[in-house]
Write a protein that binds this ligand. Structure first.
Ligand code: SF4
Length: 352
């Protein structure tokens, strides 16, 4: 290790020992199942939001084989409101792999851990180091930022070359004999000292050798090559009600909210009025000429996902004459809707 890299590692460990007051509920946890659950639940989720979910999961499924044996619907219901449902699906698949392929014992090698469904390089390194003290460096947004600034690297972090470069550097500066402590330290350091905005450079123990600070580049690195493109989607949910029951179905398509339930959905490329929707060919295909009455039409509810903004409206229609159920839909009594897992936007509407 070069002198600068050793300085970096030593300073981080010293800062962690003397000044790191960041408390996180999972710090010091050694049980790989619990670490894995917390990492999956907290991906792209704030700690305050995700932690109550973690506690509910641990209470209901204290060991992995109980999670593996749980019905999918039950697990999705417990996950409801967290979003990113692919995570939940992969989590259940991984629990079943551990129960089957690994005889109920959480794998203790990096290769075994990363062979599980839904586990990427970051999560594998976190579990390998936190649970088993294996020498693997975590690389998340905080780590990219600290490394890019201290070493003055402007290679885009989302490019192939950038990923390779940062992975190699992260491995080089890792304190291999205390990987759990070091990994937590660098992530905490990125969160509380080398913050995205207004980093605490004047009091930072790394400042004397920090490239970005000494060259005035802290606002310019790390660099990302791609700009996030956010797509707008307009969902119009029809609550088709007949004889006191509402039609719902499970979303099967490879799209957001796969495996969650929803009402009859008309998606349009732009906002649409009730009149436009109710005269549309898609609506006619569902109800034909059956008489109906609009009982309620909601205002728009917005939900921001990572790559999409969903604008949803809900139109409740009472259909007086029997009509054939739309394909794939089930009639459900409103009182029983709580037994099904829905996307957050529908839960929000139902709660209103
Ligand atoms: S000096 Fe500033 S930019 Fe450099 S590592 Fe410290 S906080 Fe980050």
């Amino acid at each position: 290790m070069t002198d600068t890299k050793r300085f970096f590692t030593d300073c981080l460990l010293t800062w962690n020992r003397l000044h790191n007051g960041r408390s996180m509920p999972w710090k010091g946890e050694k049980n790989p199942y619990k670490i894995w659950l917390s990492e999956i639940i907290l991906q792209q989720t704030r700690v305050e939001q995700g932690w109550p979910y973690y506690e509910r999961f641990i209470e209901k499924y204290p060991v992995v084989h109980l999670l593996a044996a749980a019905p999918e619907e039950e697990v999705f219901r417990l996950w409801q409101g967290l979003g990113y449902y692919a995570r939940c699906k992969n989590m259940l698949a991984a629990a079943r792999e551990i129960a089957g392929r690994f005889n109920g014992v959480f794998p203790s090698t990096y290769e075994g851990i990363s062979s599980l469904k839904g586990i990427g390089a970051y999560t594998a390194a976190a579990i390998a180091s936190f649970a088993f003290d294996l020498p693997f460096a975590v690389l998340d947004g905080n780590v990219y930022r600290v490394l890019a600034r201290f070493f003055g690297i402007d290679t885009p972090t989302d490019s192939t070359a950038g990923k390779k470069l940062f992975t190699q550097l992260a491995g080089e500066v890792l304190a291999k004999d205390q990987s759990a402590v070091y990994n937590q330290a660098i992530m905490d350091f990125g969160a509380v000292v080398c913050k995205p905005r207004q980093p605490l450079c004047t009091t930072c123990p790394l400042s004397t050798r920090c490239e970005a600070y000494n060259k005035g580049l802290t606002d310019l690195v790390p660099v990302k090559s791609k700009k996030l493109v956010i797509k707008k989607r307009y969902f119009h949910y029809l609550l088709l009600e007949q004889q006191g029951r509402i039609y719902i179905r499970k979303r099967r398509e490879k799209d957001i909210w796969q495996n969650l339930h929803e009402f009859v959905l008309l998606e349009t490329p732009a906002p649409a009025t009730d009149a436009e929707l109710l005269q549309s060919p898609a609506f006619r295909r569902i109800l034909g000429k059956h008489p109906y009455k609009v009982v309620h039409s909601s205002a728009t509810i917005k939900q921001q996902l990572t790559h999409q903004t969903i604008h949803a409206r809900f139109i409740r229609l009472s259909v007086t004459r029997a009509f054939p159920a739309p394909e794939g839909f089930l009639p459900v009594a409103p009182a029983d809707l709580g037994q099904y897992a829905f996307p957050k936007i529908i839960v929000d509407f139902l709660q209103r």
